[in-house]
Design a protein around this ligand. Structure first.
Ligand SMILES: *Cc1c(COP(=O)(O)O)cnc(C)c1O
Length: 402
């Protein structure tokens, strides 16, 4: 069984509105629309499959729109943040500081000070960070909550973006963990937990299952060197969503069922420790669309170009310039004719003066006319916030949660 509610056409509707109604609501194009009911369905279906006791965190960097965060605050157990602004967004949504984890390879003194002062869990990724955090605890008169982010000693295949297994700026190598534990002891700070993050955008259930087992084993090995009980262990996430032709949705049920093998032994060995799964795009990615308008069409040397008022300045990922090796098309629909039959092969481009500004290459679409809406699906994560919105100084896209 797979959980997916997208690939929505025919009859494209978001938050009960069609694309024209969404455009009226937005007031202008381009815009992003995120469907709260789609987010709800995704979270509910996932929670029904997760074993009892597994906490679910949302990784704010996937989509930091405040309305999305407020919406999710009622539905997940915590947030993972990576900057002072993300910390503030999580706290503003009413989340308890001890349900917020702060990770990142380059945490500034100011960011750490805020995290320690507000009681957020700091996932230290170096000895420097550990020293700073404990010193700030002294200075501020609070016991800092320190977790160690570990650079795993295993590597996974099939993952869109690997983040462990070799040399990495993220986390602390497994063999350096004992030295950090000694340092914490010397500073009389109890370790709050471990954080293992092995990768991202994985659609292959067996790979995730293996990585989770290995993470659990690694955590047990490391925890045996810790004198006091851990409050939590963050096992990473990595659940992907299908973006490109030929990709199939992740079999989440298989992943959750396999948790029954490794989670109970982990909880037995670490009584009172909360296991955490952290997900970003899986929760919001399929719940969002990017909508721009056709402002021109032209033919050059036999090829048809559909020119829109959108582009990579709003949606870098769809242009293929956000870490894609081979450029492939996100799913594209002519929003005002979602049931239209493909009639022409064209290139959908943005409005920027760079050949990088492509939204879809050689795509089969119903003939797109000036004024039509081009909808890019799978745009709820790593859209606006992962794009160079200042490039060429066009207006920012509207964002709305519907
Ligand atoms: C980015 C990130 C995530 C979220 O990744 P997704 O692919 O959006 O699920 C989770 N954890 C950490 C540590 C990250 O850096």
């Amino acid at each position: 069984m797979t959980l997916t509610f997208v690939r929505r056409p025919p009859g494209l509707q978001f938050g009960g509105l069609d694309v024209r109604q969404l455009a009226d609501r937005a007031g202008r194009t381009p815009f992003f629309a995120y469907d709260r009911s789609a987010i709800d369905i995704r979270v509910r279906e996932l929670r029904n499959l997760l074993p009892a006791g597994m906490h679910l965190h949302y990784s704010i960097k996937a989509n930091p729109m405040p309305a999305v965060i407020h919406h999710l605050a009622q539905r997940v157990d915590g947030f993972d943040v990576a900057s002072a602004q993300e910390m503030a967004l999580a706290l503003d949504a009413g989340t308890a500081p001890d349900a917020i984890g702060f990770a990142g390879p380059g945490k500034s003194h100011d960011d750490l000070r805020r995290a320690v002062a507000s009681g957020i869990n700091v996932h230290v990724e170096s000895e420097t960070q550990l020293r700073l955090v404990t010193a700030l605890g002294w200075e501020l008169g609070v016991q800092p909550s320190v977790a160690i982010r570990v650079n795993p000693d295993f590597q996974v295949g099939h993952s869109g973006m690997r983040m462990g297994g070799g040399a990495a700026p993220f986390g602390v190598d497994v063999d350096q963990v004992p030295a950090l534990l000694r340092e914490l002891e010397a500073r009389e700070v109890a370790l709050a937990g471990f954080h293992v993050f092995w990768g991202s955008q994985c659609l292959h259930a067996a790979t995730i299952i293996k990585a989770q087992r290995q993470s659990a084993d690694l955590i047990l090995r490391l925890a045996s060197g810790v004198p006091r009980p851990l409050r939590f262990v963050n096992l990473g996430g990595g659940f992907g969503i299908p973006y490109f032709p030929g990709e199939t949705p992740l079999d989440v049920k298989a992943v959750c069922e396999a948790m029954q093998d490794w989670l109970p032994p982990l909880c037995e060995r670490l009584p009172g420790t909360t296991p955490i799964l952290e997900l970003g795009r899986y929760l919001v990615g399929e719940a969002g669309i990017y909508v721009c308008r056709v402002i021109d069409r032209k033919v050059s040397r036999g090829r048809t170009f559909v020119v829109t008022d959108g582009g990579l300045h709003h949606h870098l990922a769809a242009s293929g310039n956000f870490g894609q090796v081979l450029r492939r098309n996100f799913p594209v629909v002519i929003g005002n004719r979602p049931d239209g039959v493909p009639r022409e092969r064209c290139h959908v481009v943005g409005c920027l003066c760079t050949p990088l500004d492509r939204l879809a290459d050689e795509v089969e679409l119903p003939e797109a006319h000036i004024g039509d809406f081009v909808v890019i699906m799978q745009s709820g994560a790593y859209g606006r916030s992962a794009s160079p919105v200042r490039f060429l100084s066009h207006p920012e896209p509207v964002e709305m949660l519907v």
